[in-house]
Ligand binder design. Structure first.
Ligand SMILES: [Zn+2]
Length: 439
């Protein structure tokens, strides 16, 4: 068998002939030529037989390694003139537009990015993290189906901190399918407005009133409710005003719910505030060892009692005996958490939430007095969440997963790459490895 034929069978590159194989010191270079005569625009489906000339230099792609050899594909491509996109180098079937890696290597890197950390991927495939970012951005761009925004009924709009809390992403979850279906950088009403604009883009021949409506919200205007937004039944949110304003405007028929885990996060924060001020008071007192002993109490207080280690359980018993502000704050926290743990009817939950708010108001603990007021203000939304039966545990699990992924995306410079990683991991995309695509 000739070496070119052997490599043609080995590489499984779509639509090419292998013309030559050269072994360099550190890599194998395989020169290929496209089999098709027609030239295809890399940005659309336009194809032609008219060539505008040939590239002055080779295009180069890296392919899956051959054993320990780095494998390079080279080809001299032609140029075409697309009526819509102008002059471009023709598309190749084995690599995505503007990619330095073949489609197979792209797919491998994208799959790895959803499973492994930065160091593992960089060392295994010998690509830097920014390249990984570009790979996942183009794989996501290709795989993300526009139809994922069809049939949305119960959604959640939530923010997630990115790059150590310096930047934020807004994520939209489809609660019924348990997938993240949309994301963008930022965390205010304008970002939520952009989601609704993507949900119901104006038809091409429609005047731009809908867009103007979205770009400059004016409460006096009649809100524009698109057909897909009109089908939304429930939208779950945090307690900030931004998303709520956008949701009420673009889907006024949908019930606004407050995700219970946001409420639990708030009560944990209030408890931590009480703990911290008690700790500071201890440190300033005559007995500094007491402060040291108390320092370990943080996790004992914040963790659910059923997840306690025996040491944490002992700490909690000690706190109980000591009583005081911290113990009162802890019992308040547990009382609120219990409301969401049980499958209560909205009526029972309403009674318990009201009882909690009164207890908080009388607690003489400032963080809890404030918390009680916030909860009372949002009681309707919290009860709506209980009433709609959106599975809070599942929502929270997906949210935690998205947070974990976002932390891994820390090193990406662009929000596009961070969002791509979230979509590939928590979105409606199934990645396949090169060997799984062979039929
Ligand atoms: Zn084109």
């Amino acid at each position: 068998m000739r070496v070119t034929t052997a490599f043609w069978r080995l590489l499984r590159l779509e639509g090419v002939w292998v013309r030559a194989v050269v072994f360099d010191a550190d890599r194998v270079v395989v020169r290929v030529a496209l089999r098709r005569r027609r030239l295809i625009c890399p940005l659309c489906i336009y194809c032609t037989t008219a060539s505008e000339g040939v590239q002055a230099h080779d295009s180069v792609w890296r392919h899956l390694d051959l054993g320990t050899w780095r494998l390079e594909i080279r080809a001299r491509l032609r140029q075409l003139r697309c009526p819509e996109h102008g002059v471009h180098v023709e598309a190749v079937p084995f690599a995505r537009h503007r990619a330095g890696l073949t489609r197979d290597l792209d797919d491998l890197v994208a799959w790895l990015a959803t499973k492994a950390d930065k160091t593992t991927i960089s060392r295994l495939v010998c690509v830097d993290w920014q390249t990984v970012g570009r790979v996942i951005a183009r794989v996501c761009d290709e795989q993300l189906d526009e139809r994922r925004l069809d049939d949305l009924f119960d959604i959640g709009i939530d923010e997630v901190a990115w790059r150590g809390g310096h930047r934020y992403l807004t994520l939209v979850t489809d609660h019924r399918r348990g997938k993240i279906v949309w994301g963008a950088e930022g965390r205010n009403a304008a970002v939520a407005d952009r989601f609704f604009a993507d949900l119901d883009p104006p038809a091409r021949d429609e005047p731009a009133t809908a867009i103007a409506d979205i770009a400059e919200p004016d409460d006096d205007d009649q809100p524009h409710v698109g057909p897909r937004a009109a089908r939304l039944e429930a939208i779950s949110l945090d307690m900030g005003p931004g998303y709520a304003r956008s949701a009420r405007r673009h889907a006024p028929q949908a019930v606004i719910c407050i995700d219970p885990y946001h409420v639990v996060a708030l009560v944990n924060r209030a408890l931590d505030e009480v703990r911290r001020s008690y700790w500071n008071a201890l440190r300033d007192s005559d007995d500094p060892t007491a402060a040291k002993r108390f320092k370990d109490a943080r996790w004992a207080l914040l963790k659910n009692p059923e997840d306690h280690t025996s040491k944490q359980a002992a700490t909690l018993r000690r706190l109980r005996r000591a009583g005081g502000d911290v113990w009162r704050a802890y019992t308040l926290k547990e009382a609120l958490r219990a409301i969401f743990e049980r499958c209560l009817s909205s009526i029972d939950a309403a009674v318990l939430i009201e009882r909690f708010c009164s207890r908080a108001a009388r607690s003489r603990l400032r963080p809890f007095v404030r918390l009680g007021q916030t909860i009372r203000k949002h009681a309707q939304g919290i009860l709506a969440a209980i009433g709609t039966g959106i599975n809070n545990a599942r929502v929270e699990a997906l949210n935690n997963k998205a947070r974990l992924i976002t932390r891994r995306a820390y090193g990406f410079h662009s929000a596009t790459a961070a969002l791509a990683l979230i979509h590939l991991t928590c979105g409606p995309i199934t990645l396949t490895l090169p060997h799984e695509q062979i039929v």
